[in-house]
Design a protein around this ligand. Sequence first.
Ligand code: AMP
Ligand code: MG
Length: 479
Amino acid sequence: MTIQNMILQTPYLTLGEEFYNETKSDPLEEPYLISFNPQAAKLIELDENSATDPLLVSLLNGTFIPKGASPFAMAYAGHQFGHYNPWLGDGRAINLGTLNAWNLQTKGSGETLYSRSADGRAAIRSSIREYLMSESMFHLGIATTRALAIIGSKTKIIRNKIENAAVVMRMSPSWVRFGTFEYFYYNREYDKLHALAEYVIEESFAHLQADDDRLLKMFCEVVDKTATLIAQWQGIGFNHGVMNTDNMSIAGLTIDYGPFAMMDDFNFGYICNCSDIVGRYSYAEQPNVAYWNLTMLAKALSPIISKDKMDKKLEEYGASLYPNAYIKVMCTKLGLKKRLDSDAELVEELVIALHDAFVDYTLFFRTLSHYDGNRENLYDIAMNPVVVDKWLALYDKRVTLEESSYEERREMMLQENPKYVLKNHMLQEAIVLAEDGDFSKVEELLYIATHPYDELPEFEHFAGDTPEEYKNIGLSCSS
Ligand code: AMP
Ligand code: MG
């Protein structure tokens, strides 16, 4: 399919006017293509050579509107850093409609009804980060939104400095957030709340549609998916940075990439968002905050779903769902197929050891994947090898209960422990060049993002320890 032939649908608009505001894009000046993602194009059956179609830039810039599309911004609310904000919504994202079950959205397209005092724009830097990281997360096996392409422009915006504006076209199976439900709950519009729940079931939980108990089951599945997602974030060393309820996907996806970071040296309390003074959204807090966000969702759903039954499910999150999902992720990273009661302690000891060792999180697991009893390589990557040594003694004992050979474990672990993740210093390098009109590193990182488990000799320099001056730096929320 060519861009010209795309035909979109807008089922969200059938929900009624309270759910959205019809909004036109405010086009960027002198737009140009920065990158096109053929893998995302495949998902919507768009020709892979659409990169050279002049309509691509127009599509992102809002000057070409596909057939059936009807641009709109979605209304939602949310708890931001624990405080309820009744008026959020897509302040800079414009939805075009749905194609092949993917909801297309341009981010940075100008002011909407929900922009409040902000400009509706997105900086090149944050757009590149979202574009690349969502692709990386997908290839790491983590549920996420995707991105089709990104354009830059001559339009100036003011952030910490004057920057050029960009637009990224994002795609998601759903853009509904916990905060979308909160919006109708706090407005006491319970019939709308119900309609939204039915919409979400149709969009993201279609297998429940004929079930009399579908509302409760939907909530239970959101809890399950959230537990799995957060366990995967912890396992891969991802810190989201802004887990407000408006940034929590009802479909259990990683959404709204802002000041995120992949951990460099492992630091349990790492805070990637430098405006998060108390660490509400630190790496360590992510499982707890997800729980808190789920309790806010349960509150919002209480007019239409039994509160007692939701509370029972919420209890499960802390008692078993999250801990089990996390242990499963970590044991897989350790090449352990069996589940023993003692594994929780092994993982806890590992987290303590990694924290004390000053060791690169990704590099540690990749190196451990090759561990055959010789500890030298693991000593070499840790600033404090003594704690690694102590933990390896526990690990050595544990693997004897596995009945797997070192080679079998290695094969399994190399599929679970990536060689390449997109660390902030890598993204930063690509951004600096892109701001100067050189997009070669963006393409390079897109390639790396799509091959996280492969040995890529030409990119070996990205597989090592992060240079000291770039380790675990804080990122600004301004984007
Ligand atoms: P975030 O936490 O970055 O996902 O954004 C929180 C809220 O602020 C959302 O409603 C966004 O749409 C809105 N927002 C963020 N940046 C801008 C901007 N530059 N212009 C308009 N709205 C924005
Ligand atoms: Mg957001």
